[in-house]
Design a protein around this ligand. Structure first.
Ligand code: PLP
Ligand code: ZN
Length: 376
C-alpha cells in the first residue's frame, strides 16, 4: 500500500508457460528462466513513465523496470532518413554501438539485473555479437565474464572477446555451448545472460524504439532480422508501450526476416515451407528453435506483418547497396534491406511510406569475409 492507501503494483516476472510469478530480485534468477519449468519469463506489472533525461540508453530509465547501472556509451545511435525507390527509409545505425552491435543495449540491462542479484560474474553462450557485448559490459563493470563459443565461431570475434578480458570456453556446437553455459553458471554461481530469452536483455532493446520515436516519430513499417527475436520483439514492445501511454497514435507493421535455410518464424506464421537456396551468410538469424517463437509470431500477426525469407545472393546484393551508401555492416544486417527489395512494390501500393530498418552489426568485425564476398 502507498501513503494514499492505493495498491502499489510492483513489476515482477511471470512464466509464459506455468504462470508462476517471481520477484525481480529472486536469487534463483541467476538463470533467468522459470525456476519451476525452465520456460521464458515475461515482465508484468510495468508502469512506464515517459520522462526522457540525459543521453544514450539511460535516457529511458523511466520506461524500464530496472534502472540501468552497467552502461557506458550504449544507444544514442543516429537515424539516417533517405528517399529509396519511392519510400523514406529510416536507417538506424545500431552497428555504431560501442562493441559494434545493438546487443550492447541488451547486455547493459541484463548485467544491471545481475548486479541487482549481487553476483559478480556472468556466463554467456554466443558465437559473436552477444558474446562480445557481454564481455565488454562485464569489463566496464568489473565483473568476470566467461563466454562459451562453438569451436567454429569466427576467429576475429574470439580474439575480441579475449581482448576484453573474458574467459573463452569452446564447445563442439551451438547447442552444446548453451547447455554448458547454464551448467557453468549454476556451478560457479554466475549470472547466465541467456540473451535468447532474458526479459531484461530484450527490454534493453526497447530503447531503440524510444530513440526512433524522438528522432522521427513512429514509422509505418519495421523490417528487422529475426534470430532469437529479441531485436524484433524489443522494437515492437517499445512502440507498443509508447502507444499505451498515448504518445504514439499508431503501431508499425512488423516485418521479420529469416534465411531460406532456417526459418522457424516463417513456418509458425505462414505454415511450413521448404525453401530452396542457401542462407549461410546470415549467421545471426540461424536460430532453429528460438524460445520466443510464439511471442514473435503473435507480434507479426497482430501488426498485420509477415515474414520474408532471403537467400545469400539477395543478401550479398543488399550488402553491396549498403556499402555503397557508406554503411559497412555484416551480412545478417543486410538481410533487412534484401527483404525490403523483395516487397517494395507491394508496400508502396499499400500506402507504406516510412520504413525503419535497423542496421544491426558492424562489418568491420568480419572485414575479411566482406572483402571476399564483394570482391573488393
Ligand atoms: C548482426 C545481427 N543482426 C541481427 C541479429 C538477430 O537478432 P535477434 O537474435 O535479437 O533476433 C543478430 C543476432 O545475433 C545479429 O548478430
Ligand atoms: Zn514455469
Amino acid at each position: 500500500m502507498n501513503l494514499m492507501g492505493g495498491t502499489v503494483i510492483m513489476p515482477s516476472l511471470r512464466c509464459t508457460k506455468c504462470g508462476h510469478e517471481f520477484s525481480l530480485d529472486d536469487a534463483r534468477l541467476i538463470v533467468p528462466r522459470c525456476p519451476r519449468c525452465g520456460e521464458v519469463l515475461e515482465i508484468i506489472g510495468e508502469e512506464p513513465v515517459w520522462r526522457p533525461r540525459g543521453s544514450g540508453l539511460a535516457r529511458y530509465s523511466s520506461m524500464l523496470v530496472i534502472k540501468p547501472v552497467m552502461y557506458r556509451g550504449e544507444g544514442g545511435t543516429q537515424l539516417v532518413v533517405e528517399e529509396y525507390r519511392g519510400l523514406r527509409l529510416w536507417f538506424k545505425l545500431e552497428y555504431t554501438n560501442p562493441s559494434g552491435s545493438f546487443k550492447d543495449r541488451g547486455s547493459a540491462l541484463a548485467l544491471s539485473h545481475a548486479s541487482m542479484l549481487g553476483v559478480s560474474c556472468v556466463v554467456e553462450d554466443s558465437s559473436g555479437n552477444a558474446g562480445l557485448a557481454v564481455a565488454r559490459t562485464a569489463r566496464i563493470s568489473g565483473m568476470e565474464a566467461l563466454i562459451v563459443v562453438p569451436r567454429d565461431a569466427p576467429e576475429g570475434k574470439k580474439r575480441a572477446i579475449r581482448l576484453l578480458g573474458a574467459g573463452l570456453v569452446e564447445a563442439e556446437t551451438r547447442a552444446a555451448a548453451a547447455s554448458l553455459a547454464s551448467k557453468l553458471a549454476r556451478e560457479k554461481n554466475c549470472y547466465y545472460v541467456y540473451h535468447l530469452g532474458n526479459p531484461f536483455f530484450i527490454q534493453g532493446l526497447e530503447t531503440i524504439a524510444y530513440e526512433v520515436y524522438e528522432q522521427e516519430g513512429v514509422p509505418d513499417a519495421v523490417i528487422a532480422p529475426f534470430g532469437s527475436g529479441g531485436l524484433f520483439l524489443g522494437i515492437a514492445r517499445g512502440f507498443e508501450k509508447l502507444r499505451s501511454l498515448g504518445l504514439a497514435r499508431k503501431q508499425p507493421v512488423m516485418i521479420a526476416v529469416q534465411g531460406v535455410e532456417v526459418h522457424p518464424l516463417y513456418d509458425a506464421v505462414h505454415g511450413s515451407v521448404v525453401a530452396s537456396g542457401s542462407s549461410q551468410l546470415a549467421d545471426g538469424i540461424r536460430v532453429p528453435d528460438p524460445p520466443l517463437l510464439s511471442q514473435g509470431a503473435r507480434v507479426v500477426k497482430e501488426s498485420r506483418g509477415r515474414v520474408i525469407l532471403v537467400n545469400d545472393e539477395e543478401i550479398t546484393r543488399a550488402l553491396q547497396g549498403l556499402v555503397d551508401r557508406g554503411f559497412i555492416v555484416e551480412p545478417t544486417s543486410a538481410s533487412a534491406l534484401a527483404a525490403l527489395d523483395k516487397i517494395i512494390d507491394e508496400l508502396r501500393e499499400n500506402g507504406v511510406r516510412d520504413v525503419l530498418l535497423p542496421l544491426t552489426g558492424s562489418g568491420l568485425k568480419v572485414l575479411d569475409e566482406l572483402v571476399k564476398l564483394l570482391g573488393a
